[in-house]
Design a binder for this molecule. Sequence first.
Ligand SMILES: [Zn+2]
Length: 204
Amino acid sequence: MTIKHKFALRPRPNIHVEPAADPRLVPPRVSRVSVLQEPVLVLNATYEPINVTAVRRAVTLVLKGVAQAEEHNHREIHSAREAMPVPSVIRLLAYRHIPQQTRALSRKNILLRDRNTCQFCGDVFPASELTLDHVVPRSRGGHSSWENLVACCYQCNNRKGDRTPEEAGLRLARRPRPFTLHTSRQLMRLLGRQDEKWRKYLFD
Ligand SMILES: [Zn+2]
């Protein structure tokens, strides 16, 4: 995106920086990248929370006139001509219909739904230590679907083998369900705990 090159993070206005800018005082590249990747809550035109995106994408939507910023955090991003406060919450100006299930069935999304928790032993693992388990094994006609795929640690996966949970003496932590808007809202609530300004949109 052009935005990436157009904007650079400048220090917060209340932080004093020597006027004769020594290049070494320019904030490190890392912080510029991170502010553009910070999460921004996206509201529908009706103020219903629908998504979480990154600052970079949120700024693009605002500059295109597709969305407007409802809340800002305290920092600014600068282009050659203007400064813009970093949005924390944006709202789409036109109502967007959101289908019940908008998320693709993928390993990443299954792990996100199950919050990196093995659905058999209940322990939390890094993504690299989790696999996807077909609850009803494929050899027994089980499909690759939201309802039949769960996050599973390698130990439980080995223990289960080519059997159903009942046969292996394992129990699912909860019934696997599609990644719906409801699930996304739960995730937004979790993320929202980090950002005060999201709360009034998420907890009403
Ligand atoms: Zn396990």
